[in-house]
Design a protein around this ligand. Structure first.
Ligand SMILES: NC(=O)C1=CN([C@@H]2O[C@H](COP(=O)(O)OP(=O)(O)OC[C@H]3O[C@@H](n4cnc5c(N)ncnc54)[C@H](OP(=O)(O)O)[C@@H]3O)[C@@H](O)[C@H]2O)C=CC1
Ligand SMILES: CC(=O)N[C@@H](CCC(=O)OP(=O)(O)O)C(=O)O
Length: 336
C-alpha cells in the first residue's frame, strides 16, 4: 500500500517541486497540499499558481487548521517547504502524531540551540529534536536516514559544497591549514517565491551577499568537520547553483588519488555525477536531481566545481531521496 504523503508550504518553489515529484512517485501517494491558515492562495488548485502542473496535479492548497492532529495522524510522512521558524513550530506536532517529517528548512540541521539564536534569530525550543534529527545529506548519511523519523534536509549551498569537498577531506587529501574557499552563485529561486526588492527583476545582477556571516558557513563547517570560507552570490538566472571551490592539496597528492576518492564515495550513488574530464555547468543540472562535480589541479592546488539545481538536489529531490532511503526504496525512485 502506498505511503500517504503531504506537503506543507506547497505553494512555494520547493513545495511545488515536491508536489510534482510526489504526484509521479510510485510508492508515495500525495494526499494533501497545505499553506498557512490565512494564505492568499488558500483553496486555489496548485495548478492555478503553477500552470505546468495543469492536469498533472490540480490538488487544492488547503489552509492549515488550528488543530493539526487529524492531518498529522492521517499522513505517513510530511514534507515541509516552509520558512525555518514555521518548520520549527510545526514539525514537532507532526512527529508527536506519528508522522515522519522531512524538513527542507534549516530548523533542525545543527545540533546547537545557540546557533539558532545567532544565525536564525529565534530561540530554538526543541533541543531534544535537534539531538534526534538526522542531517539529510543523502549520500553521506544513508544509514542514519534509514532509521530516523526526522530528516533535516541539507541546505542548498551546503549540499553542493559538501558533496564536492567531503571525499577529499575524508581521504585526508587537503592541507586544511589553508581554508577551502567556496564561492557559489545561486539563481533567484533560492530566495523563495515571495516578492522582495532584492529578488525583483530590475534589481538582480550578480553580487556577493552574506559575506562572512551567512548561516550556511557554520552549517557547512559543522557537517564537514572543517572550517571553510564561504561566499554566496546572487545571479540573474532562475535556478541552479554553481560552486567554485579552491583548496590546497597535501604535498604529493595526485589526480588519480583525487579521482579514486570521488569514486570510492560516489560509485554507487547515482545522483552524484563526477566528471572524468571538464567541469560542470548549471545547464547540465537544471531541472534534474543531480549534483555534478569536476575538478582541476595545478601547483598543489585544486579547484572543484560543483553544480546542482537548488530546488531539486538542493531541496525537493534530496528530500524525496531521503524519504526513499527511509522507506527502504531505491534512492532514486520517482526522481529519474
Ligand atoms: N528555494 C530554495 O532554493 C531552497 C529553499 N530551502 C528551504 O525550504 C523552505 C521553503 O523554501 P521556498 O520553497 O523557497 O519558500 P517559499 O517562500 O517559496 O514558500 C514558502 C511556503 O510556505 C508557506 N507558508 C508560509 N507560512 C506558513 C505557515 N505558517 N504554515 C504553512 N505554510 C506556510 C507559503 O505559503 P503562504 O505564505 O501562502 O501560506 C509557501 O507555500 C525554506 O525554509 C528554505 O530555506 C532549502 C533549500 C533550497
Ligand atoms: C539566493 C538566496 O537567497 N538563497 C538563500 C539560500 C537558500 C535557502 O533557502 O536556504 P536553505 O538551503 O538553508 O534552506 C539564502 O541565501 O538565504
Amino acid at each position: 500500500m502506498a505511503q500517504k504523503a503531504i506537503v506543507v508550504g506547497a505553494s512555494g518553489y520547493t513545495g511545488a517541486e515536491l508536489a510534482k515529484i510526489l504526484t509521479r512517485h510510485p510508492e508515495f501517494e500525495l494526499t494533501g497540499l497545505y499553506v498557512s491558515t490565512n494564505s492568499q492562495d488558500a483553496d486555489k488548485p496548485i495548478s492555478a499558481l503553477y500552470p505546468q502542473l495543469r492536469t498533472i496535479c490540480d490538488l487544492p492548497l488547503q489552509p492549515l487548521p488550528e488543530d493539526l492532529t487529524e492531518i498529522a495522524q492521517n499522513a505517513d510522512l510530511a514534507f515541509f517547504g516552509t520558512a525555518h521558524e514555521v518548520s520549527h513550530n510545526l514539525v514537532p506536532i507532526f512527529l508527536k502524531n506519528g508522522c515522519k517529517a522531512f524538513d527542507l528548512s534549516g530548523a533542525f540541521r545543527v545540533n546547537n540551540v545557540d546557533f539558532y539564536t545567532e544565525y536564525y534569530g529565534f530561540t530554538h525550543q526543541y533541543p531534544e529534536l535537534l539531538e534526534k534529527a538526522v542531517y539529510g545529506l543523502a549520500e553521506w548519511n544513508h544509514e542514519k536516514i534509514a532509521q530516523t523519523d526526522l530528516v533535516a534536509v541539507a541546505g542548498c549551498y551546503p549540499t553542493v559544497s559538501q558533496l564536492s569537498l567531503k571525499p577529499l577531506i575524508e581521504n585526508d587529501l587537503l592541507d586544511l591549514n589553508q581554508l577551502p574557499v567556496i564561492n557559489a552563485v545561486s539563481g533567484v529561486s533560492g530566495a523563495g517565491r515571495k516578492a522582495s526588492l532584492t529578488s525583483s527583476f530590475c534589481e538582480v545582477s550578480l553580487n556577493a551577499y552574506g559575506v562572512f556571516n551567512h548561516r550556511h558557513q557554520p552549517e557547512i563547517a559543522v557537517h564537514l568537520g572543517a572550517e571553510v570560507i564561504f561566499t554566496p552570490h546572487l545571479g540573474n538566472f532562475k535556478r541552479g547553483i554553481l560552486a567554485t571551490i579552491t583548496a590546497k592539496l597535501k604535498a604529493g597528492v595526485t589526480d588519480e588519488q583525487i579521482r579514486a576518492a570521488y569514486r570510492q564515495y560516489y560509485a554507487g550513488r547515482p545522483l552524484v555525477r563526477v566528471y572524468e574530464q571538464g567541469l560542470p555547468s548549471i545547464k547540465a543540472v537544471e531541472f534534474t536531481p543531480y549534483c555534478d562535480i569536476g575538478f582541476a589541479t595545478k601547483n598543489g592546488h585544486i579547484i572543484v566545481v560543483g553544480a546542482e539545481d537548488n530546488l531539486l538536489k538542493g531541496a525537493a529531490a534530496q528530500a524525496v531521496q531521503c524519504a526513499n532511503i527511509r522507506y527502504g526504496f531505491n534512492e532514486v525512485l520517482g526522481l529519474i
